[in-house]
Design a protein around this ligand. Structure first.
Ligand SMILES: *[C@@H]1O[C@H](CO)[C@@H](O)[C@H](O)[C@H]1NC(C)=O
Length: 322
C-alpha cells in the first residue's frame, strides 16, 4: 500500500463526520449574552444588561429592555428609563415618564426606590407641583419639608405647561414646594398623595440658568449605595478582564465572577489566560470545541497507530472499528 497516508486522511474525514453527527454544533452560534450598549447607554461593570452580566448586586434592578433599546431601572413602583450613567461618580440618572418638566407637566403617583436595592437618592432637587396651599405648612414628623429660600418654584411656574396640572398660567407659588433635602418615606417612596401634590419635577442641573427652566436638566439622580464597586478582589479581576477585551459577569451556583470572552468562552480570569497552565481555569460549556478537537486527534492517532501495529492498511482497521 504505497498510498497509505492519503488513505489515512480519507479515513480521518470519514471518522470525523461519523462522530460529528452526535455533536450539537449549532449551539456554538449564539450571541454574547451580555451587551456593551443598550440604546445609547454604554453598559459596563458593575452594571449589566441582563442576568449574568455585570455585578449580581444590580440584578434585577438594572437591565436592558427586551427590545434592547432602553436601559431600565425597575423598582416596586415601576420601570424607569436610565438616561445616563457616570462610572466615575457611580451615579445614574433616570427620567420617569410621569415626571414633569418645563415642556410637559402631568399628574404622577410619585416614585419609589426599593430599600433593598443598591441605590439611594443622589443630588437632584425635587419640586413638588400643584400642592394644596400653603406648602409652608407641609410637614413630615412635625418638620417643614419645603425650602422657602429657594426661587426655583417661581422659575418653573413660568412654564406654560403648568396647565397640564390643572393650574392657571402664572399660578400662585404657594402651591409649589422645593422639597429639599428630599427624604423618601419609610417605604422608600416619594408619596405625592400623602403630601397632597399632583406632580413633581426633579432637576439634576440648572445648567447655569437658574431662572430659565426650559434649559434645566431634568431627571432623578441615583447613587449606588455604599459605592458602586463590589470588593477589591472582584474589581481587580474585572479590570483585568476588561483590559483583555472581555465583559464582566457572574454565574451560578454562587454568582461567582466570570469573564465573558466570546460566545463560547467564559473564563474565571481574563481573555488572555488561554495558555496551557490556565486551561483548568477555563469554564467551557458542556462539550466544547477544544476538547472535541483533542478527542478527534486522539481517535485519528489511535487508528493510525493501530493500523501500523497490525501492519494493515488503516481503512481495514476503520471498517473493524465501525
Ligand atoms: C457565560 O456566562 C454568562 C453569564 O453568566 C452566561 O449567560 C453564558 O451562558 C455563559 N456562557 C458559556 C459558554 O458558558
Amino acid at each position: 500500500m504505497e498510498n497509505l497516508p492519503s488513505f489515512n486522511i480519507i479515513i480521518f474525514i470519514v471518522l470525523f463526520s461519523h462522530v460529528t453527527q452526535f455533536i450539537p454544533w449549532q449551539t456554538l452560534a449564539k450571541d454574547l449574552p451580555c451587551r456593551t450598549t443598550c440604546g445609547s447607554i454604554q453598559v459596563k461593570y458593575p452594571f449589566g444588561s441582563g442576568h449574568g452580566c455585570g455585578s449580581p448586586r444590580f440584578h434585577p434592578y438594572i437591565a436592558c429592555s427586551p427590545e434592547g433599546d432602553q436601559l431600565l431601572l425597575t423598582t416596586h413602583t415601576g420601570s424607569y428609563p436610565v438616561t445616563s450613567i457616570s462610572y466615575t461618580t457611580s451615579t445614574l440618572i433616570i427620567t420617569p415618564p410621569q415626571m414633569s418638566t418645563c415642556t410637559s407637566m402631568q399628574q404622577s403617583p410619585g416614585l419609589g426606590i426599593d430599600w433593598a436595592s443598591p441605590f439611594q437618592l443622589g443630588q437632584s432637587t425635587f419640586l413638588l407641583l400643584s400642592c394644596t396651599p400653603p406648602t409652608s405648612s407641609l410637614t413630615i414628623k412635625g418638620s417643614p419639608v419645603c425650602d422657602t429660600s429657594s426661587h426655583l418654584c417661581e422659575s418653573i411656574y413660568t412654564c406654560p405647561s403648568v396647565i397640564g396640572l390643572g393650574l392657571p398660567l402664572f399660578p400662585p407659588t404657594n402651591t409649589c414646594c422645593v422639597y429639599s433635602p428630599a427624604n423618601f418615606n419609610r417605604k422608600g417612596e416619594l408619596d405625592l398623595q400623602k403630601l397632597k401634590c399632583m406632580g413633581y419635577a426633579s432637576v439634576v442641573s440648572l445648567q447655569e440658568y437658574p431662572t430659565d427652566p426650559s434649559r434645566w436638566q431634568y431627571g432623578v439622580e441615583l447613587q449606588s449605595r455604599g459605592g458602586a464597586l463590589d470588593d477589591y478582589y472582584t474589581d481587580n479581576k474585572c479590570n483585568a478582564c476588561e483590559i483583555s477585551g472581555g465583559l464582566c459577569g457572574y454565574a451560578p451556583p454562587v454568582n461567582s465572577f466570570v469573564c465573558l470572552c466570546s460566545d463560547t468562552i467564559n473564563t474565571t480570569i481574563d481573555c488572555k489566560s488561554n495558555s496551557l497552565q490556565n486551561q483548568a481555569e477555563l469554564t467551557w460549556n458542556s462539550v466544547s470545541l477544544p476538547s472535541r478537537k483533542l478527542w478527534m486527534e486522539f481517535l485519528g492517532g489511535l487508528v493510525f497507530l493501530w493500523s501500523s501495529l497490525v501492519k494493515k492498511p488503516a481503512y481495514t482497521v476503520l471498517l473493524a472499528v465501525i
